[in-house]
Design a protein around this ligand. Structure first.
Ligand code: SF4
Ligand code: SF4
Length: 115
């Protein structure tokens, strides 16, 4: 926490944390983090434009992109994607776009059992 930030919000000294953090990467899929039926958009990839730079793999907070070693193409995981569009924003090749869930059969990623 920078001194300026601490001063502005009056964070007690004993609650200060260091700037930045180290997390294991990739974080990996979390069984309790399956997306419900609320996602309204999903990323769609244009493999012709994709350069397999792996930015989407690096930036996705739910580890929804991985490089398939056989096809050497990026593969998306519908079960965990939240539709947050981070991957779309971080793709340097403009290979990702968001599409409405209603354009797809099944619509949204659903849980095996509703909560
Ligand atoms: S960020 Fe874009 S170009 Fe890079 S691997 Fe993902 S889809 Fe392909
Ligand atoms: S939209 Fe968000 S959760 Fe879904 S694949 Fe992209 S970065 Fe990951």
């Amino acid at each position: 926490m920078s001194p300026l930030y601490c001063e502005k919000f009056r964070i007690p000294k004993h609650l200060e944390i260091a700037d930045g953090a180290v997390v294991p990467a990739p974080v990996g899929e979390q069984p309790m983090m399956k997306t419900g039926n609320w996602r309204i958009e999903r990323p769609v990839i244009d493999h012709e434009k994709c350069t397999t730079c792996l930015n989407c793999f690096i930036y996705c907070p739910d580890s929804c992109w991985h490089l398939d070693p056989k096809s050497e193409k990026m593969v998306w995981d519908a079960i965990y994607c939240k539709g947050c569009r981070i991957c779309v924003e971080e793709c340097p090749a403009d290979a990702l776009r968001l599409e409405n869930e209603l354009n797809f059969k099944g619509g949204v990623a659903r849980l095996d059992k509703p909560y």
